[in-house]
Design a protein around this ligand. Sequence first.
Ligand SMILES: NC(=O)C1=CN([C@@H]2O[C@H](COP(=O)(O)OP(=O)(O)OC[C@H]3O[C@@H](n4cnc5c(N)ncnc54)[C@H](OP(=O)(O)O)[C@@H]3O)[C@@H](O)[C@H]2O)C=CC1
Ligand SMILES: O=C(CO)COP(=O)(O)O
Length: 341
Amino acid sequence: MDNVAVLGAGSWGTALAIVLADNGHNVSLWGRREDQVNEINNDHKNEKYLPGVELPENIQATTQLNECVKEADTIVLVTPTKAMREVLGQLKNELSSPVTIVHASKGIEPGTYKRISEIIEEELPESVLDSVVVLSGPSHAEEVSLRQPTTVTVSSVNMKAAEKIQDLFINQNFRVYTNPDVVGVELGGALKNIIALGAGLSDGLGYGDNAKAALITRGLAEIARLGTHMGANPLTFSGLTGIGDLIVTCTSVHSRNWRAGNMLGKGMKLEDVLENMGMVVEGVRTTQAAYELSKREEVEMPITQVLYDVLFNNKGAKQAVDDLMQRSRTHEVEDVSSLKS
Ligand SMILES: NC(=O)C1=CN([C@@H]2O[C@H](COP(=O)(O)OP(=O)(O)OC[C@H]3O[C@@H](n4cnc5c(N)ncnc54)[C@H](OP(=O)(O)O)[C@@H]3O)[C@@H](O)[C@H]2O)C=CC1
Ligand SMILES: O=C(CO)COP(=O)(O)O
């Protein structure tokens, strides 16, 4: 059995810790609040993030990063994208030999437009970084923590490392596939959050299933358009980390991005929505990053563009949908593989 450190004791970090603990591994979970760590260790609960869920006793939490990672064979990073550089900056000082880093977060960094694996490679010296593996797919923490059937993908340029992580996580409730396309896996996971905001917004406006199906389908088209342009395999977008995650995030009440969009559609202001949520809504910063990246790369992303205007330029939710419906007429199908140049 392995020693695994999970950095980030929110919904997803705790749910992944449960999977690892169910597989018999020794799991050390890093949280930054003493009260939360005590609740996990003494009561085997994390009520803020997974209310009502009993945690296995082989999850031990700590606020001390050095304590958390000192015996770790593998480190799983699950903090919001915004916190990645700060956490990696602290982690760098605690590592002395090469370790496999898995990340399960979904975002792109505004300003640099970096994917999370690129941020990890930038922040950790080669002397302490064995391999980077991405874990992504349609997987709400609420369902994983109840051991409901879930499938995810792990991706790395080092397939041996991906297979090692597949073995670490896979069990009868949590099926893990591998995919060598790191760019596609990371971009699919990050960009679907933009479309989920849009789906929530459409539902919040009172529009129906036709509108949501349109957003999912045309959303996938623009995710694949940018993703392929950035070097991804187009087929990845028809897999778990593409259409799979898009479906689950656009249609589930568990999704924080869908819920945030829903409140925006009902007329709430962005700052009130984010305060109300109390958990990370990755799609907001990713909309900014993807909007800027699409401008720089001259890739058309109409849904991302109108959502950017709703989030950052005070465009009304209804106006955003009207704008999408009134775009100039175009073909449905394009050959994304020819957009690679
Ligand atoms: N929830 C889900 O179902 C899934 C989430 N993800 C992805 O996982 C990532 C994390 O999401 P999730 O767990 O849901 O988020 P939550 O909002 O549930 O939890 C965020 C966690 O990160 C901690 N945190 C925030 N900022 C920092 C920081 N600067 N340093 C250290 N820790 C910090 C929070 O600590 P504190 O409580 O002290 O604020 C909290 O433990 C996101 O990228 C998300 O897209 C991916 C798949 C599924
Ligand atoms: O990525 C997720 C499910 O796969 C979680 O989505 P939300 O962050 O919108 O809750």
